[in-house]
Write a protein that binds this ligand. Structure first.
Ligand code: PEP
Length: 255
C-alpha cells in the first residue's frame, strides 16, 4: 500500500486562505509523488479547495462527519455532502473533538460505520494523554479506543481504514505547554501493539492490505525523516506543519 500523508488544517484558515495555500502547495508538490497526499480543510473551504485540486493528485478529506445520514442535526455535516464535494477521507475521533467536544467512542464507532458503508475511508484517531502515559495505562487506553471504536465492524476486502496514532501529549498545541518528545523507537513499539490489536480483530490479509497505521504529533520537515525510516509507519497526520507549503511538501518527500 502507498504511504499516506494527511494535512489537518483544523480551524486555522478561511476558505480564501485555504485556496491560496493549496495552490502554493500544489506547485511545490509537483507531479512526481508516489505517496498519497490528502488535504483536510474546514467544511466551509471544501468546495474551493476541491476546485483548486482538480487535475492534481491531491485528495480531499474532511475533518469530521456526522454519524447520521440526514435530518435535524443542526451544525453537523453529512456523508452525502462531503462526498458530493469530492471527499474520499474523513478524520474521525480526533483528540481535540474527543477532549473538547465530548465525542465518545460510541459516536466514533457510528461514524466509522457510516463512512465505510458509504465509501469514505475513515482516518480513525487514537492516542493517550500525558497522564495516562505517566501512569502506565497507555496500552489500556489504546486497546479500549480500538475495541470500542471498531466494535461490530468487519472490514471488508473493498474497504480501507487509516488508524492515526497521535499521542495527545505530542500534538503541537499540547506540547507547547508540556514539552515531551516521542522517540521514533518508542512510537514503533506502540505501532506493533496497535497492529496486534487489529490482527486480533480481523484476518491478517485484511490488516496488511486494507489498513494503514500512521503517526501524528508535531511531525515536521526534520523529524519526519526519522519517523519515515520506521517500516511500520505508513504515513503521517500533520497539523501545524501542514499550514506551511514548504514544510508540508518536504514532509511528503521524507517518507
Ligand atoms: C493533529 O492535531 O492532528 C496534529 C498532528 O497536530 P500537530 O502536527 O500540530 O501536532
Amino acid at each position: 500500500m502507498r504511504k499516506i500523508i494527511i494535512a489537518n488544517w483544523k480551524m486555522n484558515l478561511t476558505p480564501n486562505q485555504s485556496a491560496d495555500l493549496v495552490v502554493e502547495f500544489k506547485k511545490k508538490l509537483g507531479k512526481e509523488n508516489n505517496n498519497e497526499v490528502v488535504i483536510c480543510p474546514s467544511f466551509t473551504a471544501l468546495s474551493i479547495v476541491a476546485e483548486k485540486i482538480k487535475k492534481s493528485n491531491i485528495i480531499l478529506g474532511s475533518q469530521n462527519v456526522s454519524w447520521m445520514a440526514k435530518g435535524a442535526f443542526t451544525g453537523e455535516e453529512s456523508i452525502s455532502s462531503i462526498k458530493e464535494l469530492g471527499c474520499k477521507y474523513a478524520i474521525v475521533g480526533h483528540s481535540e473533538r474527543r477532549q473538547n467536544l465530548g465525542e465518545t467512542d460510541e459516536m466514533i464507532n457510528k461514524k466509522i460505520s457510516i463512512c465505510l458503508e458509504k465509501g469514505i475511508t475513515p482516518i480513525f484517531c487514537i492516542g493517550e494523554t500525558l497522564q495516562e502515559k505517566q501512569e502506565g495505562t497507555s496500552d489500556h487506553k489504546l486497546y479500549t479506543q480500538i475495541k470500542e471504536g471498531l466494535k461490530k465492524i468487519d472490514l471488508l476486502p473493498h474497504e480501507n481504514l487509516v488508524v492515526a496514532y497521535e499521542p495527545i501529549w505530542a500534538i503541537s498545541a499540547v506540547r507547547a505547554v508540556t514539552p515531551h518528545d516521542v522517540e521514533p523507537e518508542e512510537a514503533e513499539k506502540v505501532f506493533k501493539f496497535i497492529y496486534q490489536n487489529l490482527v486480533d480483530l480481523w484476518p491478517l490479509t485484511i490488516v496488511n492490505n486494507n489498513v494503514r497505521i500512521i503517526y501524528g504529533g508535531s511531525v515536521d520537515e526534520n523529524n519526519s525523516k526519522d519517523f519515515g525510516q520506521i517500516e511500520m509507519i505508513n504515513g503521517f497526520l500533520v497539523g501545524g506543519a501542514s499550514l506551511d507549503a514548504d514544510k508540508f511538501s518536504q514532509i511528503t518527500k521524507n517518507i
